[in-house]
Write a protein that binds this ligand. Structure first.
Ligand code: S3P
Length: 428
């Protein structure tokens, strides 16, 4: 057990070193293999999840050279032997799912076979959501346990062009299919029922891929030659920044400036919900690039309850931290339509509800969400359930009133300098 001690006063701080965006970093590693030239990535996220993606491209023959905060990703120039390669994806669903699409594409042009596994948490996460559609379009792929769970085995692929309507709002599934579509035998289409984060499309278009996206329908033309390399400066991750937005809102006499954060509209809905609750938030120095970035200013706020039921994919990773803000809001807050939370790094509805209940918060569980009545809570013990976002959300609560938490190593999957930044709040 680790005790998180409450802050004894408010803070005023500018944070320049919120970790780099995890989603964009994974995609830099994965997509770099579609070029035959060197991709240059500044501020790649060096955390456990995204290092797994780098380890995988190394196994595929890429060289990874670090020079200060720059990463050079140099794809293999010689023909590789893809026979029986085993990849370890750690805790990262993004790695396992998006690489499955890329690897299926590789086997459309080469012989070989791949298997993907991960840590004990990832081995319990559903992979049928990528395996079934990839199978449908001609891949010999299976999720070995109960046709649902890892390891994922890919043996060959003859990818037929497709027209798929996605049934799950998932950027990982969409990305896997786009990557498979790049190696299909004709033009393919993938339609989302709800728009999800669009970094894969944005980056592939920058690399010269023939992809268009209109009204949530993506048209994918097969690749006829290697793509241009990536040249990306990765901004800070809004999902990591969000923990500090919440503590600035709920701690009296506090303010924080979160510098150079991704402001992609599909990523900042959590901040928009805080604004709807009455939070003092402004956005400054906004870039006019396709992937917008900027600084987010937040200060102590009086919050009201809110109903969160739309654009869930745009704030799915922020919901555990939002649940903490709900405790400090006047009245009832509700999350609905968020069943996807049950298949994240842990069942996040169960984790949030169990932890809040053990702290005497007035909380009710639904199949697809939960409800919190703002008010008092007590000090107590909680579990991270091995999930980085559950751990960080409840540590933020511990900064208001002491909390004991069982395990925090999981934070290294996305936010290695989290405790260092928490210590900075204490001395600012
Ligand atoms: C991610 C997509 C989301 C998100 C995850 C990262 C991505 O998952 O929860 O943390 O980088 O594509 P789903 O695609 O499963 O919704």
């Amino acid at each position: 057990m680790i005790r998180i001690k409450a802050l004894d006063k408010g803070f005023n701080l500018e944070i320049k070193d919120i970790p780099s965006d995890k989603s964009i970093s994974h995609r830099c590693a994965i997509l770099s293999t579609l070029s035959d030239d060197t991709s240059i990535i500044e501020n790649y996220l060096e955390a456990e999840d995204t290092v797994c993606s780098l380890d995988i491209i190394k196994k595929l023959g890429s060289k990874v050279i670090r020079e200060g905060n720059r990463l050079m990703l140099i794809p293999s120039s010689k023909k590789m032997d893809y026979e029986n390669i085993e990849f370890y994806c750690g805790n990262s669903g993004t790695t396992m799912r998006i690489f499955s699409g890329l690897l299926a594409g590789l086997l459309a042009k080469n012989d070989g076979s791949f298997s993907l596994s991960g840590d004990k948490y990832l081995m319990k996460r559903p992979m049928d959501r990528i395996v079934n559609p990839l199978k449908e379009i001609g891949c010999d792929i299976e999720a070995q346990v109960d046709n649902k769970y890892p390891p994922v085995i890919i043996k060959s692929a003859k990818i037929k062009s497709f027209d798929i309507k996605g049934s799950i709002a998932s950027a990982q599934v969409k990305s896997a299919l786009i990557l498979a579509g790049l190696q299909a035998d004709g033009v393919s289409y993938y339609e989302e029922n709800i728009k999800t984060r669009n970094h894969t499309e944005n980056m592939l278009i920058d690399m010269g891929a023939s992809i268009t996206s209109e009204n949530n329908k993506i048209t994918i033309h097969p690749m006829t030659k290697p793509l241009k390399p990536l040249n990306v400066i990765v901004p800070s991750d809004p999902s990591s920044a969000f923990f500090f937005a919440v503590i600035a809102c709920i701690k009296p006499d506090s303010s924080v400036v979160l510098k150079n954060v991704s402001l992609n509209e599909t990523r900042i809905e959590g901040f928009k919900v805080l604004e709807k609750m009455g939070a003092n938030i402004t956005y400054e120095n906004i870039s006019s690039t396709k992937e917008a970035t900027g600084d987010i200013h937040i200060s102590s706020s009086t919050l009201n309850g809110v109903v969160v039921e739309n654009n869930i994919a745009w704030l799915i990773d922020e919901i555990p931290a939002l649940a903490i803000a709900f405790i400090f809001a006047k009245g009832k807050s509700v999350v609905k339509n968020a069943k996807e939370l049950r298949v994240k790094e842990c069942d996040r509805i169960m984790a949030v509800v169990n932890n809040l209940t053990s702290l005497d918060v007035n909380v009710k569980e639904f199949d697809d969400g939960f409800e919190v009545i703002g008010g008092e809570f007590r000090s107590g013990e909680i579990s991270s359930y091995g999930d980085h976002r559950i751990a960080m959300s409840f540590i933020i609560l511990g900064l208001i009133k002491d909390i004991d938490i069982d395990e925090t190593d999981c934070i290294n999957t996305s936010f290695p300098n989290f405790f260092e930044l928490i210590e900075r709040l204490r001395v600012s």
